[in-house]
Design a protein around this ligand. Sequence first.
Ligand SMILES: [Zn+2]
Ligand SMILES: [Zn+2]
Ligand SMILES: [Zn+2]
Length: 435
Amino acid sequence: MKTEGIDGVERFDSPGKGRGLRVTKAFKVGDLLFASPAYSYVLSVSERGFHCEYCFKRKEGLAKCGRCKKAFYCNVECQKGDWAMHKLECSAMCAYGENWCPSETVRLVARVIAKMKTQKERSSSEKLLAINDMEAHLDKLDNEKREMNETDIAALHHFYSKHLEFPDHTELLRIFSQVNCNGFTVEDEELSHLGSAIFPDVALMNHSCHPNVIVTYRGIMAEVRAVQDISPNDEVYTSYIDLLYPTEDRNERLRDSYYFSCDCRECRTKEKDKMKLKLRKLSEAPSPKEVRDMVHYARNIIEDFRKAKHEKTPGELLEMCELSLDKMGSVFEDSNVYMLHMMYQAMGVCLYMEEWDRALSYGEKVIKPYSKLYPAYSLNVASMYLKLGRLYLGLERPSAGHSVLNKALAIMEVVHGKDHTYVTDLKKELKAQQK
Ligand SMILES: [Zn+2]
Ligand SMILES: [Zn+2]
Ligand SMILES: [Zn+2]
């Protein structure tokens, strides 16, 4: 494995967890443990024209592919570099026109298959090994997941048959499972989804709800930085999930997506659960049954909202948020994570609708509990500070803006690194404002 060549980090068998990574020397908060290039990756359709398809650089004035006019590049070098992957889609997008609609997973799997083929031809088995080695958990799929995989495989045959030789059905199922378990979503500094990628080395890390590293992205490289001091021989832990939620919810998510339960300190002590499920102070405390019912309602509405996102109008979505906040507010404090979840969603809808004042008022309610409930260095907290800061500046409240943007900066310097363009650009933004 490539990780064996990384100074200070090695692969080992983690007791009870299978393989994992551990450090052989000390790392301090903000130190880079390692960087790893994507084995395979794909830019989201919605980000086309904003980022280069090949290197993921964000800039204006990208040049488009002359044939399909849908893929955009920094320059001819990036376009040439991308052709081996882009040719899988270029002519097909023209042929299918509006009807070209494979999911991002299908697009990524097509690229994985193409990549495996070129690797085989070059008989360089190292990277092929890397993906073959990743866990697939095929035996644990429920019917819903099996059905989804079958739909994906049908779409793969439909949209990519011209340029790909497909492995047999069992092998395809295995690749889809691996991509689902080990795929990463690449996000920008505001946590907007940019694309999907496979980073075999990064996938070696086990999960903890109290992680000592965070994964961020620089173009199509993943970077792993310490967010706690790490001593020699300590295992490296990242978080696979959003850490806002209480222990039971986190473990449900881990079991559903990754087929294990977590036994980290947070999960054993459930220390933050009470704060996360904070109840309103009323003259008469709600009964345990009332609380249970409301938690049940909250989980359902979160799921309903997730599904409705692709179907309902922004107005209807905002109404859904407000109604649920009203209802939950009779039992839950504003800092309760289920309230925060719906406020965060409402903020997103308001931003989309360009209702800046309303977006700001939701953000202002969310940020303080966020900074208490998330770990000290959190991408969720940093991105919320960023969004708030940019809203303040847009609404001509520069001093409030600077104050929160500096808080974003303090976290971003640790998690993204001081030389990341997200950090240097933000510093420039702040400087320009002061003039
Ligand atoms: Zn580029
Ligand atoms: Zn093209
Ligand atoms: Zn845990």
